[in-house]
Design a protein around this ligand. Structure first.
Ligand code: ZN
Length: 342
């Protein structure tokens, strides 16, 4: 099969488009023909060797995909050739206590697709049968892969963990990112008033089109003060951050009494000095998350099929141009998802 293969860590010049043997299907395995793969920031970290999840070479990147079943291994009864599926990015063991109680996202022995095993920047990807989620008929492969990780992550963060409910106010940082643009839509669907931040007025205009009620350009204004001003000094009930550093500190400042801050990433600053007095004085809480369950993923795909959540596709690339997609992601000049088509 054709794939983007890494033989060592480094820049985009290490992403080689080449032939590599198609994975062999064993007992319990499913081989998926990849029709669309998503580009995620973690792919860049893995390529650079800074994700902390690096495995062996040669390696194939790619944490998500949409495609159809090409072949099933012995013992697989729930899937058949041609089924439209998306592999879940958390490769759970299926048998540990957390998996058994339906919380396979915090499996005790999980792997990550495209990190701990070969991923989806390829014509085929092999996963276990229980790692797959069915794609609704109404969704195209490009839509499905664009919806999957961002909406599932935003849903888990805002709804499952952040307990966002109708009538509340929600801050969504980095609304131009995949999870950010999804977070704006999930928070609106939940009935919240949404304040979105981004680093350019152009991205803020896009965020308003997705439903954001108020927007803040974090390059022009301090987010904490701007949020307090917008909310009459009260602050927001829930905040979603995937940036870290100053963004995390400004989000804490923006929280109302009893508010929840959910963090799913910290690329711009993983070490932050936090004053915990605020936490008990304001009864606020901080939650780390970012790995959704398959049930959440199936739910957001269904909502996307119903048109209630709209996947945002920035640009599609043929698989062999994956390096170009990485450079565009590193430039941060995009809004929504980049899709690779093998
Ligand atoms: Zn498990």
């Amino acid at each position: 099969m054709k794939a983007i293969v890494l033989h060592r860590n480094g820049g985009t010049e290490q992403m080689k488009y080449q032939d590599i043997p198609t994975p062999k299907v064993g007992r319990g395995d499913v081989l998926v023909r990849v029709r669309a793969a998503g580009v995620n920031h973690v792919d860049i970290d893995i390529r650079n060797g800074i994700s902390g999840m690096e495995g062996n070479f040669p390696h194939i990147l790619g944490v998500d995909a949409a495609g159809d079943v090409a072949e099933v291994g012995a013992g697989v009864t729930q899937w058949k050739k041609g089924d439209r599926v998306a592999p879940h990015f958390i490769l759970s063991c299926g048998t540990c206590p957390n998996c058994v109680r339906g919380m396979e996202n915090i499996c005790h022995a999980f792997g990550i697709l495209g990190a701990t095993q070969w991923g989806t920047y390829a014509e085929y990807v092999k996963v276990k049968a229980h790692h797959l989620v069915r794609i609704p008929d109404k969704l195209s492969y490009d839509q499905a892969v664009s919806a999957y990780v961002p909406f599932a992550t935003a849903w888990e963060a805002l709804i499952t963990v952040g307990k966002l409910s109708a009538g509340e106010t929600c801050l969504v940082n980095a609304a131009g990112s995949g999870v950010g643009s999804a977070g704006v839509q999930v928070a609106k669907l939940a009935g919240a008033t949404v304040i979105a931040t981004a680093g350019s007025d152009d991205k803020l205009a896009r965020a308003r089109k997705l439903g954001a009620d108020y927007t803040i350009n974090y390059n022009k204004k301090k987010v904490g003060n701007a949020v307090l001003k917008l909310t009459g000094g009260l602050g927001v009930d829930c905040a979603l951050d995937m940036v870290g550093g100053d963004s995390l500190l400004e989000s804490i400042k923006a929280l109302a009494q009893g508010a929840r801050l959910v963090t799913v990433g910290a690329h711009a600053g993983e070490k932050v000095e936090v004053d915990f007095i605020e936490f008990f004085r304001k009864h606020i809480s901080l939650h780390g998350c970012g790995r959704s369950t398959r049930a959440i993923a199936a739910n957001v795909l269904e909502l996307a099929a119903q048109g209630k959540l709209k996947p945002v596709i920035h640009k599609k690339f043929p698989l062999k141009k994956a390096a170009e997609a990485h450079r565009l992601m590193e430039s941060r000049k995009f809004f929504g998802r980049m899709v690779l088509n093998p």
